[in-house]
Design a protein around this ligand. Structure first.
Ligand code: ARG
Length: 566
């Protein structure tokens, strides 16, 4: 809302100078250095420079111009070369809160993405390996981005690009044939397959020929060896079942589960196109594309004819462009794959397509446990499912302590536990590595998901069974700093969502919600909400109600459930 007034003030000043002096001046509007100076500040340096006049004259003229604009401003205070402006707190607050009241969960809806298609590639676990906590980041960041982009008007298409093809299946098959115990595997497929995978790597340290055997087994798969393909299909199904448990728990879904294997029959035409465009080059029997001095060449075909991760991604990006007509495509994948996506973009651009600029690697940092990266190969993997269950159990303890007789305890504990894990992740800028501490994440105070849920529940209980008339309020209250600070934050919701959509950063929404909640809790410590005086009470209720609407909707955008009780 203040953002909008800022923009309008800027536009009006630009038109003013255009009309009067027939010159385009780039007016800057900013936040004053100190909040006590005003809500908006307009530096006049550029105007002075362009018009070649003295500062005092220019400032005087600008002040009278601003006075003549029809904007909800309370006072205009020139301070040296700056014009500091206070907005009309009553009018602005009234407008913000009325809008929340009228729009409810649609408050904050943006149109920056109207008529645009975004394809999102996220989660994408590797079949036959456990769904590690490392994939949590991709799943939750991707899911939240989808919700944020939808809120901004984009059409989204979400793809779980399963890692269901590649040499690791060759390893799996070799390990299965050498050490597999079918009965044990049938009972507990993923765990047993994981053990086999770990064993393969241990044994391969002493016997490097195992790697050759694995490559050969994978080659057989690519040649459609029926025995191997059957085994692969079964492993794929079992793995998906396991992942689905996690998606159900987190309430995450996808429009497509087409993984790497889906592109097996779609690579040849792309390789041919590379050839026709003279991009493909022999290199010790393999086929590569030179990508320039700043990055290594892309290996497109192995010397044994086998395809690679990048070959499949290249086929996939063209398929998706054609099928989903994306304006932008996001790959929510760890930072360690940066080079891979740089290469993908360069390949597309070398092939002569301009959409390479619309390919975005939305990278994220490592999930550290005790300062170390979790890894499947060495077997010290942290299982996402276990982390989620631990968090839910801890949440159960806390809920029971706080509210022993609460109904639906299981359901509440589940949602609190999940909120803890998801928020601990999303509150950090995605590019950073994060160290996860489950005890801290589940706490009801501090910068946690449960803290936000708890703030919402507090408001819900204040408003329970109450009615209020949003048209019968005391506007003078908005002149008080703790009122206005809170209203102002409520009014920022939309611009925060838009910023998150532009940066592909759910953390912007997460941090905003923390500010909102702490501003509300500060307000609540200073002000009794349910007071005698009717107008004051209506104002307080309307404000609390608005905070609750924004908190709920903000949590939803992060993929976190809000609660009525906890
Ligand atoms: N399965 C891969 C992994 O876990 C991630 C796939 C990401 N998406 C893609 N289009 N390459 O490392």
């Amino acid at each position: 809302m203040i953002e909008e007034i800022k923009q309008e003030l800027k536009n009006k000043l630009v038109s003013y100078y255009k009309e009067k002096y027939d010159t385009e001046i780039n007016i800057v509007v900013e936040e004053p250095k100190k909040a006590t100076l005003g809500d908006i500040s307009v530096p006049m340096f550029l105007v002075v420079k362009t018009l070649k006049r003295q500062m005092p004259e220019v400032v005087d003229e600008a002040v009278s111009a601003i006075k003549s604009f029809n904007l909800p401003l309370e006072s205009i205070n020139p301070t040296g070369p700056f014009i500091n402006v206070f907005v009309d707190k009553k009018a602005v607050s009234n407008k913000i809160l009325k809008e929340v009241y009228a729009s409810k969960e649609n408050y904050g809806l943006s149109h920056i993405g109207d008529n645009k298609n975004v394809t999102l590639d996220y989660s994408s676990p590797n079949i036959a390996k456990s769904f590690s906590i490392g994939h949590l980041r991709s799943t939750m960041i991707g899911n939240s981005l989808k919700l944020i982009l939808k809120k901004c008007g984009y059409n989204t298409y979400s793809i779980n690009y399963l890692g269901d093809w590649g040499t690791q299946f060759g390893k799996m098959i070799v390990a299965y044939k050498m050490w597999g115990d079918l009965d044990a595997i049938k009972k507990d497929p993923i765990n047993q397959l994981n053990k086999l995978y770990v064993k393969f790597h241990q044994e391969a340290l002493n016997d490097p020929s195992l790697e050759d055997k694995a490559r050969e087994a994978f080659r057989q798969m690519e040649l459609k060896n029926p025995e191997y393909l059957d085994l692969w299909k079964w492993i794929r199904e079992e793995s998906l079942k396991e992942s689905q448990q996690i998606y159900d728990l987190l309430d995450v879904s996808f429009d497509s589960y087409n993984g790497e294997a889906f592109y097996n029959d779609k690579m040849d035409p792309i390789v041919k196109e590379l050839e026709d465009k003279n991009l493909l080059k022999e290199d010790q029997g393999a086929k590569i594309v030179d990508l320039g001095d700043d990055m290594p060449p892309a290996l497109i075909k192995r010397s044994d004819g086998g395809s690679l991760y990048i070959t499949r991604d290249l086929a996939a990006v063209f398929y998706r462009k054609k099928e989903y007509k994306f304006d932008d495509i996001l790959y929510v994948v760890g930072n360690e794959q940066k080079l891979h996506f740089d290469q993908l973009k360069r390949l597309v651009s070398k092939m002569g397509y301009d959409f390479s600029d619309n390919i975005h690697h939305v990278g994220f940092g490592l999930y550290l446990t005790n300062g170390k990266k979790a890894s499947t190969r060495k077997g010290n993997v942290v299982l996402l499912y276990d982390v989620l269950t631990d968090a839910i159990n801890l949440a159960m303890k806390q809920v029971t302590e706080k509210n022993p007789n609460i109904k639906n305890k299981e359901e509440i504990a589940k949602n609190v536990g999940l909120a803890a894990v998801v928020f601990a992740d999303l509150k950090n800028f995605r590019g950073l590595d994060i160290e996860f501490n489950i005890e801290n994440a589940v706490k009801f105070e501090g910068q946690t998901g449960p803290y936000l849920q708890y703030t919402g529940v507090r408001i819900a209980s204040i408003l329970k069974d109450k009615t209020f008339d949003p048209n019968n309020i005391d506007e003078t209250l908005f002149d008080k700093p703790h009122y206005f600070e809170l209203v102002k934050l409520v009014g920022e919701f939309k611009s925060q969502i838009e910023a998150a959509a532009k940066e592909y950063a759910p953390s912007i929404v997460a941090k905003y919600l923390l500010n909102l909640a702490s501003s509300f809790n500060k307000f609540y410590s200073l002000e009794k909400i349910n007071v005698e005086d009717e107008k004051t009470r209506n104002t307080n209720f309307l404000l609390a109600y608005s905070v609750r609407v924004v908190l709920n909707e903000g949590l939803r955008l992060l993929g976190i459930k809000y609660l009525e009780e906890m």
